[in-house]
Unconditional design. Structure first.
Length: 396
């Protein structure tokens, strides 16, 4: 006898809700205590930011690392470092992190929307040529939802058209993209240490580059007076022990993702974004699942999401994307069909579950799959109150 879904009044499959983030980590506690003991928690300058910069330089094999206050600011600083400004255009995916659109307008430039490659969930390198005008100066390439942009081809297309590349690795700290650390293919790479990210200090970010001219322009912009967008000593201190564990956690999350894919498999309306290109290692910040309502007997994505969340699983909808933004704010290149599809279909499973034991991950996958099949086959009486639940945005 099948269980009654929580959304129909049954007991949630995971009554305690999703696993917490950040996770318990004695090394982080020790770092916090050490900061208290030596007073660095309350000082402008200390050893921790230097140590973090050095560790990132080493891990990424890159010359310049600028720590900053968020990933969003990192993307803006990257554009400023490249000298992008008023009258310039910057290419970005029609489906991307909302702050990236803002970063472009913040420097006075115009966003140009380019469609994604369906298989990578990243900007499509084959569409770069058609999107360029004489004003186009740069392209932002974001690794999203467990997908990786095809950076070798993107880089080549960008260079052919004289564009600088900003590689947004805010969701991909520690990933390897075709043999290189994520964030080091671009002229500039950006990272986030925000509260839900794989390396977290609640807030924070970094910009990395091999180009001295870019590093110098960012420095001049940030340090007229004091550093205007700083990362604090305390933030750097808690990031260091997490950086040491990142490789090991990636291994566990990757294994968890494979378990999830294996046990989700076989539902028509679903496809997972994750794909392992050659010489690459994925970082799972959000595990992307495309939800195709027509194959699901027209059960809306919001209903499916609400049903899964009611079970205590941290599933969210993806970005809104930019395809509905008016022509006065940006230029559009092509029909943006994939971006539109992604903005309508994307569901994101938050990463902490991927560190759970295999058995638990299997149960998450099976709960999601059973709900999908049950809803698709019209097995459940959905209450009239569903609308309210479907709009419950902030539970996790
Ligand atoms: C989170 C994120 C950012 C910005 O990070 P914040 O630190 O939250 O400002 C930028 N790009 C992408 C793709 C992200 O996921």
């Amino acid at each position: 006898m099948a269980r009654i879904p929580a959304i129909c009044g049954g007991t949630p499959a995971f009554p305690a809700g999703p696993p917490p983030w950040p996770v318990d980590d004695p090394a982080v506690l020790a770092a916090l205590q050490a900061c208290y003991a030596d007073g660095s928690w309350g000082k402008y300058l200390g050893p921790h930011c230097d140590r973090l910069r050095t560790a990132l330089q080493r891990d990424l094999a890159i010359e310049h690392v600028r720590l900053c206050s968020s990933g969003s600011v990192a993307v803006e600083l990257a554009l400023r470092g490249l000298g992008v400004g008023a009258g310039d255009e910057v290419l970005l995916g029609g489906y991307d992190f909302p702050g990236n659109f803002r970063a472009i307008t913040a420097v006075g430039a115009v966003p140009v929307l380019v469609d994604l490659d369906r298989t990578t969930c990243g900007i499509d390198p084959t569409l770069i040529a058609a999107a360029c005008s004489p004003k186009t100066k740069a392209v932002i390439a974001s690794h999203l939802h467990g997908g990786l942009v095809d950076m070798p081809r993107l880089f080549e297309a960008a260079k052919t058209h004289g564009l600088a590349v900003v590689e947004d690795a805010c969701q991909a700290s520690g990933a390897v993209v075709y043999g290189r650390p994520a964030g080091t293919w671009g002229d500039v790479g950006t990272f986030s240490f925000g509260g839900s990210k794989l390396l977290t200090a609640g807030r924070g970010g970094a910009v990395v580059t091999q180009r001295t001219d870019v590093a110098q322009r960012m420095k001049v912009y940030c340090e007229e007076g004091n550093d205007a967008f700083p990362l604090s000593e305390l933030q750097a201190a808690v990031l260091l022990p997490q950086l040491e564990k990142l490789g090991e956690r990636h291994g566990r999350r990757s294994k968890g993702a494979r378990t999830l894919i294996e046990h989700l498999g076989g539902v028509d309306g679903f496809s997972c974004i994750a794909r392992w290109p050659e010489q690459s290692e994925l970082a799972f910040y959000k595990f992307g699942i495309r939800y195709n309502a027509p194959s699901m007997r027209a059960v809306e994505r919001s209903v499916f999401r609400a049903a899964v969340r009611a079970e205590g699983i941290a599933l969210d909808t993806g970005f809104r994307g930019f395809t509905k933004r008016g022509g006065a704010r940006c230029r559009r290149s092509g029909d943006l069909a994939v971006s539109t599809e992604f903005s309508e279909q994307m569901l994101l499973l938050h990463h902490p579950v991927l560190l759970e034991p295999e058995e638990e991950i299997r149960r998450v996958a099976e709960t999601i799959r059973d709900l999908a099949e049950g809803l698709r086959d019209g097995k459940y009486e959905l209450a009239a109150s569903l609308e309210a639940t479907a709009n419950d945005e902030e539970r996790f």
